[in-house]
Design a protein around this ligand. Structure first.
Ligand SMILES: Cc1cc2nc3c(=O)[nH]c(=O)nc-3n(C[C@H](O)[C@H](O)[C@H](O)COP(=O)(O)OP(=O)(O)OC[C@H]3O[C@@H](n4cnc5c(N)ncnc54)[C@H](O)[C@@H]3O)c2cc1C
Length: 528
């Protein structure tokens, strides 16, 4: 048997990859440079047997018993998603919402059997892919004592069929990012969808939350890669026809994209694939003024050049995560193709940047590390580092949105002001950072980070205060409550404000058809 890494029950990723030694010392040193006065005492995760979880109240039918687990470690690991407040609650031993059972179907017929059993027995089902939700999407947070199972789809993890000619594949919903990549690599193909949570999130989870990959323009949301979906609902199975496009009425697939486990289980999808890129060109570009930098990005997003990476970091984000001191921030620019060289496209994008006072740093594979290199390697470590900060009472969390370009400067000022004001009200020292994760011709999708010196005993309340201030500012300034993190339970109040009542009742009507007993992920998106 090969080495099997152990998943952390309380934080991000695997135990083996946690931040230790000099990485930890340097991280805390860097953060305390601008968060002077933080408590900095480390809080270790409690042992699972000290969590005081009540015993499971569900006995599965004999035919499903081999798929079910009531192991306390398993239940604790499925109690929360992976947001900052999830990690803090785990570290504090507040694991009140553990599901009674984890059920892991091995095939689609198992999923049908589980939904039948749960509909008949009034058991709530929370679909679970990688469990990387940051919005309370996989948490059994209810104010009654209903019976709950977590339906973990990890065993539905195969690429079943590849159509080389149309460049598409039929893939099971539970497959995690790296395993999917490995299976597609054998066919020299890629889905080219890389959210930061790639390692520990699943195809079905991406589809159910309308996830965004880290490509900056062109196809970015998972929606753009879907050819057809197969969904198991408590009422039956529904599947769309494989088509490159169709004008036949409202889209079947769009009903389930973003349905967050409330309408059915996405067991399979035909996904559009791409050839693995071989031509690449990139540069990192420093600016002296951040608003000028955002104008350069607007010019690029409206030029038709479609860079695969167009990630603008504001000065604080560039300093913390890319080691750059550029006064107006850094733009990480990248182009790629499997078919033709990209240098001409890069050159034109750099001309556009020069119009806004940019200074260019070419990316070289053999030269000294550029801001882009430093940022890329810190990108995958960020969630591990976030956990270390949480354990040291440092508030380290993100929120994201999108708005149209005409609103952008006011939006940015209003949102950062709301976060800064909230920290002042709490009397805590902190900084707000911003980067663009995606840019569209008609507007950016900004992603904000908050780093603040919290106090262990009031850490959750402090973050909740900041989060509710910024959520209000996002909606008030004409943005969305989420661009790609989904709605879950945490963003319900913002989502309810931004959608129309008539749309909400139409969604409820669909839910009552597909899930009449209301067993699927109640309180996410809609209430029956
Ligand atoms: C460190 C970190 C970085 C992140 N970076 C990104 C990012 O770059 N881009 C991005 O978009 N998101 C990001 N996220 C958020 C999260 O990873 C995404 O929402 C992701 O799509 C969730 O996938 P999952 O498989 O982990 O789903 P889960 O967390 O298991 O579930 C999410 C929701 O989908 C439902 N669900 C899961 N699987 C299915 C299924 N097969 N059928 C029906 N419903 C299902 C669940 O019930 C739940 O409501 C990040 C999260 C973390 C912790």
């Amino acid at each position: 048997m090969g080495f099997m890494p152990v998943r952390s029950w309380w934080g991000w990723g695997t135990i083996e990859n946690r931040v230790t030694g000099s990485e930890k010392t340097q991280l805390l040193g860097r953060v305390t440079q601008f968060l002077d006065g933080n408590e900095l005492r480390e809080h270790l995760p409690p042992p699972v047997d000290s969590l005081g979880m009540s015993p499971s109240r569900i006995t599965p039918p004999a035919a499903l018993a081999h798929l079910a687990s009531s192991d306390p470690h398993d239940r604790a690991g499925h109690a929360h998603g992976k947001a900052f407040r999830d990690v803090v609650r785990n570290l504090r031993g507040h694991v009140k919402s553990a599901p009674d059972l984890i059920v892991r179907p091995e095939c689609e017929a198992d999923v049908l059997r589980v939904l039948d059993w749960c509909s008949d027995s009034s058991i709530t089902v929370i679909p679970y892919g990688g469990g990387s939700s940051v919005v309370g999407g996989v948490e059994a947070r209810f104010d009654d004592d209903r019976l709950v199972i977590s339906l973990d789809l990890e065993r539905l993890n195969k690429v079943i069929e590849v159509d080389q000619k149309s460049r598409a594949a039929r893939i099971q919903g539970g497959v995690l990012g790296p395993h999917l990549s490995d299976q597609l690599r054998a066919h020299d193909l890629t889905l080219r969808h890389f959210p930061q949570s790639f390692e520990f999130s699943s195809l079905g989870g991406w589809l159910a939350t309308r996830a965004g990959g880290h490509y900056a323009t062109g196809p970015t949301h998972i929606d753009d890669f879907v050819e057809s979906l197969r969904v198991v609902t408590p009422t039956g199975i529904t599947e769309s026809r494989r088509l490159p496009g169709s004008g036949a009425g409202p889209s079947h697939d769009r009903l389930f994209l973003g349905s967050e486990g409330t309408l059915g289980i996405i067991t399979e999808a035909w996904m559009r694939l791409q050839k693995r890129p071989t031509f690449r060109a990139g540069a990192s570009v420093s600016f002296t003024d951040f608003m000028a930098a955002t104008e350069a990005v607007r010019a690029i997003s409206q030029s038709g050049l479609n860079p695969s990476n167009c990630r603008l970091l504001d000065p604080m984000e560039a300093f913390i995560n890319a080691g750059s001191t550029a006064a107006g921030g850094v733009l990480v620019l990248g182009f790629e193709s499997h078919d033709h060289p990209q240098d001409a496209r890069l050159a034109r994008a750099l001309e556009l940047c020069a119009d806004f006072g940019a200074e260019v740093q070419p990316m070289k594979s053999d030269g000294p590390a550029t801001s882009a290199d430093t940022w890329k390697s810190s990108f995958l470590r960020m969630p591990y580092q976030r956990d270390v900060m949480a354990a040291h009472s440092i508030i380290a969390e993100t929120f994201e949105s999108a708005c149209t370009w005409d609103r952008w400067p006011e939006f940015y000022h209003a949102v950062t002001k709301s976060a800064n004001d909230a920290m002042s009200e709490l009397g805590i020292l902190g900084v707000v950072t911003c980067r663009f994760t995606h840019v569209y011709p008609d507007g950016p999708a900004p992603y904000f980070g908050v780093y603040a010196a919290g106090q262990w005993d009031s850490l959750l309340g402090q973050w909740d205060h900041i989060k509710s201030a910024v959520s209000e500012a996002l909606i008030k300034s004409g943005g969305t409550i989420t661009h790609h993190h989904a709605v879950g339970r945490d963003h319900r109040p913002g989502y309810d404000q931004q959608r129309s009542n008539l749309f909400a009742s139409s969604l409820r009507a669909v839910k009552s058809t597909l899930d009449p007993a209301g067993i699927l992920n109640p309180s996410v998106l809609i209430d029956l």
